[in-house]
Design a protein around this ligand. Structure first.
Ligand code: HEC
Ligand code: HEC
Length: 241
């Protein structure tokens, strides 16, 4: 699509998310509009969604210091041959998996919608290399106990991986959404909910599988690449589990 034909619609759609686009303002390019959508939880119409794409994905070549996201950085994402460890061979499907599973999008974004087109242009703009390798994605299938690690490492991992959504340990202070459980206090109900199962195993299950395997919710799952078993063990020490 030519640049000119991208010019008109973003302004109309952008008016929904900001008050920009006065007569004097230059209409944003599709990529600029895409970046706004990328950073705005209101991309999803669900009132229960508090996540934007940026909640889980960096866009810089390497992840920012102090951040351990469930999702990879999307720098060069368009240049990868496939996504989700080869499970997805179509980029929009890879995006829509997140949109529907984590952002509570009711319908996948249609291929010709202004949102998916703009998101695509933004992802192109952060993919400077012609080719980039596909990234590994290893789901931990069987949930087993992990050796506990150091308290200090656990605190670092908690801050880097969990705190943005869950807030401070024990209080939830600063959490992204009230829907994010207070850790580790949420485990107090586990004897009733999951009788006979050690609390730590339920937490490992949640972190490794997110909402899948019938637990529900919209927290993302952490692959082995996103969180090692050693860091999981340190996290459990920090949470006193
Ligand atoms: C709640 C966290 C979360 C949100 C929100 C989220 N994602 Fe993801 N995304 C993930 C996880 C986890 C993966 C799997 C690991 C990976 O491949 O990065 C993933 C994978 C992807 C991939 C495949 C990357 C690859 O190379 O395998 C793309 C593309 C993607 N997400 C785009 C998006 C876009 C665009 C949005 C916003 C519409 C979004 N995601 C929202 C967590 C999230
Ligand atoms: C992108 C935001 C996000 C991140 C990052 C995140 N969580 Fe969550 N988590 C949630 C939300 C929202 C819920 C409640 C909905 C659900 O269960 O999915 C939740 C629920 C939980 C639960 C409770 C499940 C239950 O209902 O008993 C546990 C345990 C948990 N998270 C642990 C973690 C740990 C440990 C980390 C860091 C490795 C982490 N979470 C990272 C958003 C997040």
């Amino acid at each position: 699509m030519s640049r000119a034909s991208w010019k008109l619609w973003p302004c109309v759609a952008l008016a929904l998310v900001t008050s920009a686009c006065g007569d004097e303002a230059e209409p944003p390019t599709a990529a600029e509009y895409g970046e706004l959508l990328f950073r705005d939880a209101r991309l999803s119409e669900s009132q229960f969604n508090a996540f934007s794409c940026a909640t889980c994905h960096a866009t810089t070549p390497t992840p920012l210091n102090g951040r351990m996201d469930s999702g990879y950085t999307l720098h060069n994402v368009v240049s990868r041959p496939d996504w989700w460890g080869g499970y997805e061979t179509n980029l929009l499907d890879a995006v829509n998996f997140c949109y529907v599973s984590f952002m509570r999008g009711v319908q996948p974004l249609p291929v010709d919608s202004p949102q998916s087109r703009a998101l695509y242009e933004y992802l192109v703009s952060i993919s400077p290399d012609a080719q980039a390798p596909a990234l590994p994605y290893t789901v931990v299938k069987d949930i087993v106990e992990v050796p506990r690690g150091s308290l200090e490492r656990g605190q670092t991992v908690y801050r880097a991986a969990c705190q943005e959504c869950h807030g401070e340990l024990h209080t939830g202070e600063g959490r992204l959404t009230e829907l994010a459980s207070i850790l580790p206090e949420v485990t107090r109900d586990y004897d009733e909910l999951f009788p006979g199962i050690p609390h730590s195993l339920v937490v490992i299950e949640k972190v490794r599988h997110g909402q899948f395997f019938h637990i529900g919710g919209n927290m993302p799952a952490y692959s082995l690449e996103a969180l090692s078993d050693a860091d999981m063990g340190a996290l459990l020490t920090y949470m006193g589990l």
